[in-house]
Design a protein around this ligand. Structure first.
Ligand SMILES: C[S@@+](CC[C@H](N)C(=O)[O-])C[C@H]1O[C@@H](n2cnc3c(N)ncnc32)[C@H](O)[C@@H]1O
Length: 287
């Protein structure tokens, strides 16, 4: 990460800091100060507080597949050898509604956060834009491990994620994508690797913010509407229910309009506008 980031980071907000080891390193190596770190889970913060204060925390690792009998339970001393002195304000709070001032941070960091936590990435990107001061930077580092319940339309690939960042009013300064070892313990026979994207994006003024591009089936109403485009279903409204039922992956907005128009005394042009608006709304992930 240090390879793509320019120090000093100055006033820094970390969203979903966990046990805050990376947060600490941002202070030690990249001049992040002051640092405010948010998380909703008190357990990693209890560990983080002790380590940041110079204490050592003992935890026992229980590998699922130990390499040797001695590896069945391995005592780990977290924080051993780390000096205190990095000033981090740990705040138990929702990073999606952060209780902090807007427009004052030089850097906002999202470490292993974007894929798992925010249900609506465009909304989080706009929030990060608000949190940063003029010329501030968004620094992100993490994999693409989307939760099972996340609709396909909101599981952004690397180029889509970078496009979304630009659409939210950022200029990409640096990106780095590579496969990294993950959950690889020397005491365990198994391990994982993850494709990890790191980017640094500089906030530009909102006047230059572009709207995200429309999906092709919305821009051209003669193209089929993909079934997976519907991020939401079960909206409690008869018109939404009727339109959703007609999305089969082959019908376009024009086709759906024609089917409904055949049974309703509504002018086709007005109906097409309503069908298009309904599908555009259903394609947006729930906030
Ligand atoms: C995948 S972990 C990453 C932790 C840490 N950044 C790291 O790299 O080790 C995601 C973190 O986000 C936290 N989290 C989940 N929902 C959150 C929310 N709404 N606001 C703040 N933190 C949240 C979790 O408690 C967890 O610590």
């Amino acid at each position: 990460m240090a390879a793509v980031v320019r120090a000093p980071l100055r006033a820094t907000l970390v969203l979903g800091a966990g046990a805050a080891r990376l947060t600490r390193e941002l202070g030690v190596r990249l001049g992040a100060a002051p640092i405010v770190a948010l998380d909703v889970n008190p357990l990693p913060f209890l560990v983080a507080r002790k380590i940041l204060d110079g204490a050592t925390v003992e935890l026992t690792e229980l590998p699922s597949s130990p390499r040797t009998p001695d590896d069945a339970a391995v005592l780990r001393r977290l924080g051993e050898g780390l000096s205190p002195g990095v000033d981090v304000e740990l705040v138990l709070a929702d990073a999606l509604a952060p209780p902090v001032a807007r427009g004052v941070f030089d850097t906002v960091v999202t470490p292993w956060f974007l894929d798992q936590i925010p249900p609506d990435l465009p909304r989080l990107a706009s929030l990060i834009h608000e949190l940063l001061g003029p010329g501030g930077r968004w620094l992100s580092h993490g994999p693409f491990v989307y939760p099972r319940e996340r609709p396909m339309s909101a599981r952004y690939t690397e180029p889509e994620l970078l496009e979304l960042v630009k659409c939210a009013g950022f200029e990409l300064e640096a990106t780095d994508a590579r496969r990294l070892a993950f959950m690889e313990s020397p005491a365990c026979n198994q391990g994982r690797s993850e494709q990890v994207l790191t980017f640094v994006a500089r906030r530009i003024e909102s006047a230059r913010i572009a709207e995200p591009p429309e999906p092709p089936w919305l821009a051209d109403t003669s193209r089929p509407v993909p079934v997976e485009a519907l991020a939401r279903r079960g909206v409690d409204h008869p018109f939404f229910t009727a339109v959703t039922a007609l999305v089969d992956g082959a019908r376009s907005i024009d086709d759906i309009t024609a089917v409904i128009a055949a049974t309703q005394a509504i002018p086709a042009e007005a109906l097409r506008v309503a069908v298009r608006a309904c599908l555009a709304d259903l394609a947006r992930p729930a906030g």
